[in-house]
Design a binder for this molecule. Structure first.
Ligand SMILES: *Cc1c(COP(=O)(O)O)cnc(C)c1O
Length: 388
């Protein structure tokens, strides 16, 4: 049997790098609760992501849950069903009602032209997802949120480190950005600057990881203060507890992994790009295979390589999935089923109301992709897909 190939594989920094960082922990015995490495990692991330503030968390999911809580939302939240379970669960676990908007068939992000029809007097926020690292229509979402006075929290778990050219962003929104071009001299802005907040996941399987981990990015300092308390049980001081918080703090071992991986992230992303190019060479322009668009003006992190197997292609998604599995290659049906079709939400939503999301979810397969994926494995995957 050939070696097992999974859809992803965590990046591992040199062991010595990690040892060097964690060794002092044996002396200080300060393992969590906003320690020294936590502080250092937070500072470096603010710089790398080019955002005014970062709040580090135990994982991506709690980052989203805490951020929604910190905004004191009520009622309905417009979101996408074409995402990981976390997005929808975070909304529901905050006592909010998700209202599912369809996605666009171009890049599978929320279809901003369909958002306004779903707004009611109960709507308090929009939670779009930069799925596969594809940027949502941030300009249109900004306009809608402003017009209807809604909060926006981006699930940016797939978009770590992405940058957007200034020219892509509408003039008015650029004016509101906390880190202005005039001040930074940069021609690009970090993806974490849109909306009221963005959340990232540093899970082992993501482009950048801290074992498990996550963060929220935002510009309102009050948001930072609220999150700081909420992620530590709402504790203000020894005797004052003023929020129904939880435990969502990042510990020192996670921060150490983050500091190590951050050193290599740019070369890891470059290696991913090389692998995506290899896939593209073989699968682009094949009738019935739809690949992600290369978004112009966006510096991608090359997080995923999803392929939609349309009817014109001789093999279905499920057949390809099975053929790969026979070769010990584990591609994944991300994202199937839609979150609105989950058993735990049975009878609450109608997945047929988001037909494009339903179609994509039934036809998509995410192919193996990670920085050290051997190129000959990519060639083999392509041969299996294209073979007779
Ligand atoms: C991974 C992921 C999350 C959750 O992040 P964890 O760190 O695993 O908790 C949320 N949303 C999306 C889109 C994700 O891919």
């Amino acid at each position: 049997m050939k070696e097992q190939i999974l859809v992803t594989r965590p990046s591992m920094p040199p062991l010595e790098d990690y040892m060097e960082l964690i060794r002092p922990l044996w002396e200080s015995a300060w393992l969590t609760n906003m320690g020294k490495l936590h502080g250092e990692f937070q500072k470096q991330l603010e710089e790398y992501l080019a955002v005014p503030e970062v709040s580090l968390m135990v994982n991506g999911h709690m980052s989203l849950e805490m951020t929604l809580q910190a905004l004191h939302l009520e009622g309905e939240v417009i979101t996408t069903p074409y995402t990981f379970a976390s997005t929808t669960h975070a909304i529901v676990r905050n006592g909010l009602t998700p209202v599912f908007c369809d996605i666009n068939s171009d890049n599978y992000t929320i279809d901003a032209t369909k958002i306004e029809d779903l707004i009611t007097e109960r709507t308090s926020a929009i939670v779009p997802v930069h799925i596969y690292g594809q940027l949502c229509d941030v300009n249109a979402i900004y306009e809608i949120a402003k017009k209807h006075n809604l909060k926006v929290v981006y699930d940016a778990c797939h978009a770590f480190g992405e940058r957007i050219d200034h020219s892509m962003i509408c003039r008015e929104m650029v004016e509101t950005l906390p880190l202005r071009k005039e001040e930074t001299g940069e021609n690009t802005i970090g993806v974490g600057n849109f909306g009221d907040a963005s959340v990232f996941s540093f899970h082992a399987t993501k482009v950048f990881h801290t074992l498990e981990g996550g963060a929220a990015t935002f510009s309102d300092h009050r948001m930072g203060e609220r999150l700081y308390r909420l992620k530590n049980f709402g504790i203000m001081s020894e005797t004052d507890v003023d929020g129904v918080g939880a435990n969502a703090k990042m510990n020192e071992f996670q921060a150490a992994m983050g500091l190590c991986n951050l050193k290599y992230i740019d070369s890891e992303i470059a290696k991913r790009k090389l692998r995506i190019d290899r896939y593209r060479e073989q699968l682009e322009h094949v009738k019935g295979l739809k690949l992600l668009p290369e978004q112009k003006g966006i510096h991608s992190n090359y997080a995923y390589f999803p392929v939609v197997f349309q009817e014109e292609f001789p093999k279905s998604r499920d057949v390809v999935h099975q053929l790969l599995r026979q070769e010990n290659i584990y591609a994944r049906k991300y994202f199937y089923p839609l979150t609105s079709a989950f058993q735990c939400y049975s009878g609450m939503f109608d997945p047929a109301k988001t037909p494009i999301a339903q179609y994509v979810s039934e036809h998509v397969l995410v192919l193996p992709l990670y920085a050290d994926l051997p190129l000959d494995v990519i060639d083999r995957v392509c041969q299996i897909i294209l073979g007779k």
